[in-house]
Design a protein around this ligand. Structure first.
Ligand code: SF4
Length: 368
């Protein structure tokens, strides 16, 4: 398959790894922001091929993982209502709330449906005028265009029975929070290529200058990832503070301007709580007040719901690059994909799920 097969070529990957070995002269810690990159790194064992000077840590770029517990509880409360059809991406169904998950609400008779696009949820609303249809609009910048388009489409169709439960987060404020922490160990970032395909990378140079940390826009195939690592090592070794683009087949500096404009029309920046991490100022997108009619939190009066995380779960530290999954006392024992304590164990982009799925609990010495 064009643009995929050649980026999985083992010989090319080994060649780039060799160049990383020749380039890295000092120890460097770098963070892959995106959970999709984490899974590719662990699945292909890329971190185990790197020289000992390079440590990769995992970032918060897993939308399912950072959706706050109380928002899951709000989703559960709305989905359990008999007048509601609750639509979500499949990833969210097994994410634990305080006591149960969306799958158990469905098993108990709730009308919970998996959709592949928020526009499918709009169509369900059109076909079911006697029901309230709610879409669970979570994600980073990547999914925002489709989510805001669903609101505009519902408005255009005059639908009064469609709303979205929003938990949108943004990468630049998360990077700022990580770099502002006194515990920060990250010296370079692999930026998420799909986020930058939408937003460009014009938001990052000011962060690079403020925190003296280079960043490289990086894709998702093995060759993309090792090329992103190589570029980061080159910038670090040369003390060059800049944003490089190792994913130019998909990303431009400006990004997708019509998509950005559409997002701004429907969403505005707001404070957002991240699961396990806490509140990060202006790190989210919320519906603008003129779209209150499409705001499920207001429609169903669930804004006051609060929740407490399991004290055992250290996902917040994992998502900030401070710990790795096998360092959690619950990993693989009382927390596993069948019985997850935290979202990072069930999400397809979660670091704990990646370590479990690819057997890393048996090889902690390779990743410590
Ligand atoms: S292994 Fe489970 S309890 Fe531990 S950090 Fe991961 S999700 Fe949380």
């Amino acid at each position: 398959m064009k643009y995929v097969t050649e980026y999985r070529d083992a010989a090319l990957v080994k060649g780039v790894i060799g160049e990383i070995r020749r380039t890295a002269e000092r120890p460097w810690t770098m963070m892959g922001i995106c959970g999709g990159q984490t899974h590719a790194i662990v699945r292909h064992g890329l971190d185990q091929l790197l020289p000992p000077e390079i440590e990769l840590v995992h970032g918060p770029g897993c939308p399912v993982c950072v959706t706050p517990l109380e928002l899951i509880d709000k989703a559960l409360a709305i989905a359990a209502r008999p007048d509601v059809i609750f639509c979500s991406y499949g990833d969210m169904l097994r994410v634990p709330g305080s006591g149960r998950d969306l799958s158990s609400v469905k098993a108990q008779g709730g009308d919970v449906r998996v959709v592949y696009s928020p526009l499918d949820a709009v169509e369900i609303a059109r076909q079911n005028p006697d029901k309230q249809v709610v879409f669970f609009a979570i994600g980073f910048e990547t999914t925002a265009p489709a989510n805001v388009m669903s609101v505009l489409q519902a408005q255009r169709l005059g639908l009064k029975n469609y709303s979205i439960l929003v938990s949108h987060v943004r990468v630049p404020p998360a990077i700022q929070a990580i770099l502002s922490s006194p515990e920060n160990r990250v010296q370079g970032f692999l930026l998420a290529g799909h986020v930058c395909a939408v937003m460009g990378y014009w938001e990052y140079p000011s962060l690079v200058q403020k925190f003296n940390v280079p960043m490289v826009v990086t894709g998702f195939e093995p060759l993309d990832i090792v090329q992103g690592i190589l570029q980061t090592v080159r910038l670090l070794e040369a003390d060059r503070l800049e944003v490089a683009n190792a994913y130019s087949r998909a990303v431009t500096f400006e990004g997708n301007l019509p998509a950005q404009k559409t997002i701004q029309r429907v969403f505005m920046e707001c404070d957002r709580k991240w699961r396990g991490i806490g509140m990060i100022p202006m790190s989210g997108w919320c519906l603008r007040p003129e779209f209150d009619a499409f705001n499920a939190e207001k429609r169903f009066d669930v804004e006051a719901i609060q929740a407490e995380e399991s004290p055992l779960c250290i996902a917040g530290q994992i998502l900030q690059g401070l710990k790795k999954p096998h360092q959690c006392s619950a990993f693989g024992t009382i927390c596993n994909p069948e019985h997850p304590l935290g979202a990072t164990m069930v999400s397809s982009e979660g670091a704990c799920a990646a370590y479990y799925q690819y057997g890393r609990m048996l090889s902690a010495e390779h990743v410590a």
